[in-house]
Design a protein. Sequence first.
Length: 624
Amino acid sequence: MQHPHKHRRRRVVLSALGATTALVAAGLTALGATGTAEAATARQVEALDRGVVSVHTSSGNLVSWRWLGTDPNDVSFNVYRAGTKVNATPITGSTNYFHSGAPEQADYTVRAVVGGVEQSDSVHAIQFRTGYKDVPITPPAGGTTPDGVAYTYEANDASVADLDGDGALDFVLKWQPTNAKDNSQSGYTGNTIVDGIKLDGTRLWRIDLGRNIRSGAHYTQFQAYDYDGDGKAEVAMKTADGTVDGTGAVIGSSSADYRNSSGYILSGPEYLTMFNGQTGRAMGTVDYVPARGTVSSWGDSYGNRVDRFLAGTAYLDGARPSLIMARGYYTRSVIAAWDWRNGAFTRRWTFDTNSSTNTGKGFDGQGSHSLSVGDVDNDGKDEIVYGAMAVDDNGNGLWTTKTGHGDAQHLGDLDPSHAGLEYFKVSESTSQPAELYVNPANGTVNWSLAACCDNGRGVAGDIYAGNAGAEVWSASDTSIRDEAGATKGREPSSANFLSWWDGDTTRELLDGTHIDKYGTSSDTRLLTGSGVSSNNGTKSTPVLSGDLFGDWREEVVWRTSNNTGLRIYSTPVETSTKITTLLHDPMYRTGLAWQNTAYNQPPHPSFFIGNGMATAPRPTVYTP
């Protein structure tokens, strides 16, 4: 039995009334959950196509498509194969249809029905003929470091965005050399290379970050998002002298070489560049904030802590996206918020734990190996949850738990009985709580586990239908726990990524090259990737995972083991649940954008998806 959701975020208040996004953007108000008038600010999202996919099985084809945030609440759909309708009556309760007995090459389109009137054909379905689809990629040529070490390239983390404005998602893929280093490791690395790639494998551009950007998980955090609202995404990265953009133009000096004998780059200028998503052209370059300054002031003299970078995207004004670029988390942390408007950068604010307003308040040393973005205080604007602290939408420190650095964190609607978001984090320090469950509105620690160890993994998600809300677990624990910290059963086989894969609303376990279903006695294997490899060493993460196509379930992208393809898997399982594409939930969408940041973590939506969930809210959004 479904229980009513006890809260609605103010950015979705109006949508249940069927208000158009234009009216919402005009500033109309409605009664919120508290009964008071609240403004529902529409957020800018991508103007996406229907995203139709056809996944072939031995029994037929699962056809699924996007319910867009800009569609009416009461939209229904018809499915066509080569112009002939295959469903008997319009589909209202879901956004998928299983076409029994159909061959793998069947060609599908979908037509929306609005107010009883059938609309025009969608794009043709992307065909997953063998359960997966390959996007061809071409590795950069390898090379040799100054000390004579040869290296080649592997496909690493990716993001998605509509780079050319055609309504389809494109990939932004980071190529990492086989001699990439953790900041704690000395040695030269090859250059970091970034490609813009269409789904058919067409390469739009290739950016070479050059010898003065070291390669590794902590050096290049890239963001792909439509920051200026022109309908085409931009790509932002830290750059340096010798970076070559997608048109062949060089940023700064092409001959400069700031590498020291240990392979670190601890001198020379540092830049932030916004690249054109369609051409790879460097459109604007500014000095990176913050400057490295004195290397030792970040906690060591050899270059480990000074070059720890994080990145994200946040709706700091409640309506339009801003770029977040940060440096440091073990000691000093600095977060800079940038707007990209009219072809230029403007710095919105800078948060610095060393500033006079923050010194001594416990904000230093609180960063994690990733960050989270969401509206934690329910004011319609996003905050940055940066490990054991949060920064408000205006750049002021919001709270700190003073529980220190951690390797993993999860921000989401984990407890549907409690209004707002919840936050789960693990700790690296042996003197800090191994796990903590936090109210991110004010930083109150609801419960924690005793200090024990360097707790390197932690996950939060509703994987078990036998408990209300999401479960949390970690590498140091032996069971899953509920929102009160009570044990609820055996720990699953992995503590890594999550995926909505099968037909129900509980989430599945994604680890290495497989997806498993949690069970009370053991986990059940649902998918094993064929001919693929995971990324980032022991982190065993995919190239990307998220709701990329079709209905609200999540695709997973791995690299083929020979690095010549991105292999995308989409679920073949029918579902009776209808949820707006998660790409139009801005919290989930920004989570997909920051997934590549440092130690990758899965995205979470702004509302609860899980067993017994209420009807999913409709987002209040507009497209440029």
